[in-house]
Design a protein around this ligand. Structure first.
Ligand SMILES: *Cc1c(COP(=O)(O)O)cnc(C)c1O
Length: 437
């Protein structure tokens, strides 16, 4: 095949092989997951759900989607799973749509505190439909539960959401459950407790992080491509009565599984991506293996080793460190430059991460004070403690360059030194092959 697309894919394989992926929301899938994604299942229309389709010829697809559903339920101890959301954002929108009426209040972690765009950022469609209110974090980086409780009792939300993309603690799900119970009592309406575990779902599956469904939460959304190490996609699991998704049902918490099915299709999506659902099923089977528990534990160990090394080298960490796979480094307070120049300079040496605002940053996140990084991808490649030390050292050498240059344009003056570090990163990266390449 000589389409230039395949040449570019080869270049991407090279980029992934020669660099180290520190973006905490990325990972490397197995060869089996890749194979399922690239299958003829993409040719098939299968609107509806297993056994209840609007098209013929779904006997194989039904088996595949059922496997994905059963495996997801087993992974998270759930009554129900919907494996059709095309992305984490779609999964979240579907849950809001399943439970909330236009104008309803949703209480979620604010974006600057570490929440996600889909949790009420004014640029999203959801924010135009629902009334989002944001809670924050304390100086030590934990959820401000007192603020959460006050906001909940003052505003009586119909949905309380715990979820984040830049938060390094373990949430106290039980405490949020007791707050929701108080709101229910005071307001007389049921409150849906939703956890968006897009980042830490793999840690939950690996039993190294508490499962919100075991602590009174009824719904959990996730991506499947982050720590779960599956194809790019979304997932919704829940507790409750599983009904017929083709039939209307009463707006009650116990019916949430059916309300969710109806909200995904036909509520917010069309035909499911069955090649992706097959890849989800393959990934979930991998996630159920004992080796995956070991992987999840190593993610956290690596993150904590990296955090300790960075701290020793003068990096200030939001929340003082991490209890999960994520680190948020305040490079502004540590060394006086912003996250953007650091992201750029690290890119030049083959260390990929993203600039990120800190809860204390004022104004837009255009020149954020920090960078966010994490260990899921490099742990998949097999890097361990010794390599974390090496990465911290490279990060310090690049930080020294940024501190001297201050301007992105002035990084050119350090080409030689950056190239030396680039060679060192490439050599280490190539010793830990990317799965599936
Ligand atoms: C990544 C993420 C999402 C969005 O997932 P997409 O697949 O990119 O739409 C939603 N919520 C949280 C907390 C995330 O970290």
């Amino acid at each position: 095949m000589n389409d230039e697309v395949f040449e570019i894919i080869k270049q991407e394989e090279k980029r992934q092989s020669e660099g180290l992926e520190l973006i905490p929301s990325e990972n490397y899938v197995s060869a089996n997951v890749l194979q399922a994604m690239g299958s003829v299942l993409t040719n098939k229309y299968s609107e509806g759900y297993p056994g209840k389709r609007y098209y013929g010829g779904n006997e194989n697809v039904d088996q595949i989607e059922t496997l994905a559903i059963e495996r997801a339920k087993q992974l998270f101890n759930a009554d129900h799973a919907n494996v059709q959301p095309h992305s984490g954002a779609n999964a979240n929108e579907a849950v809001y749509f399943a439970w909330c009426k236009p104008g309803d209040t949703i209480l979620a972690m604010s974006l600057p505190a570490g929440g996600h765009l889909t949790h009420g950022s004014p640029v999203t469609r959801s924010a135009k439909i629902y009334n989002f209110i944001g809670y924050g974090v304390t100086a030590s980086g934990d959820i401000d539960y007192d603020e959460l409780e006050k906001l909940a009792l003052d505003n009586e939300p119909s949905l309380i959401l715990v979820g984040y993309s830049a938060f390094m603690k373990i949430p106290d799900f039980g405490r949020v459950k007791s707050i929701a119970d108080k709101v229910s009592q005071q307001s007389g309406h049921e409150v849906l407790l939703m956890a968006d575990m897009a980042h830490v779902a793999g840690l939950i599956a690996g039993k190294v992080h508490p499962n919100p469904l075991d602590h009174g939460f009824q719904v959990m959304t996730s991506t499947t491509h982050k720590t779960l190490r599956g194809p790019r996609g979304g997932l919704i699991i829940s507790k409750g009565k599983v009904g017929n998704p083709l039939k209307k049902c009463e707006h009650k918490l116990e019916n949430i599984p059916t309300l969710i099915d109806r909200a995904v299709f036909p509520g917010t999506q069309g035909g499911p991506l069955e090649h992706i659902i097959a890849a989800k099923a393959v990934a979930f089977q991998e996630d159920l293996q004992p080796e995956f528990r070991d992987y999840a534990a190593r993610i956290i160990k690596n993150a904590q080793t990296l955090a300790n090394e960075l701290r020793d080298l003068g990096f200030e960490l939001q929340g003082g460190g991490t209890d999960n796979h994520l680190l948020l480094v305040n490079v502004k307070s540590s060394f006086g430059f912003d996250g953007k120049i650091y992201e750029k300079a690290l890119d030049l040496v083959g260390l990929t991460l993203n600039a990120n605002a800190l809860p204390t940053d004022k104004g837009g996140a255009f020149r954020p004070s920090g960078v966010r990084l994490g260990t899921p991808a490099i742990t998949t490649r097999g890097l361990g403690e010794a390599e974390m030390k090496q990465i911290a050292n490279w990060m310090k050498r690049v930080a020294d360059i940024c501190a001297e240059s201050q301007e992105e344009s002035a990084l050119d003056n350090y080409n030689e030194e950056l190239a030396t570090i680039r060679d060192e990163v490439r050599e280490l990266a190539l010793a830990f092959p990317v799965p599936g390449i």
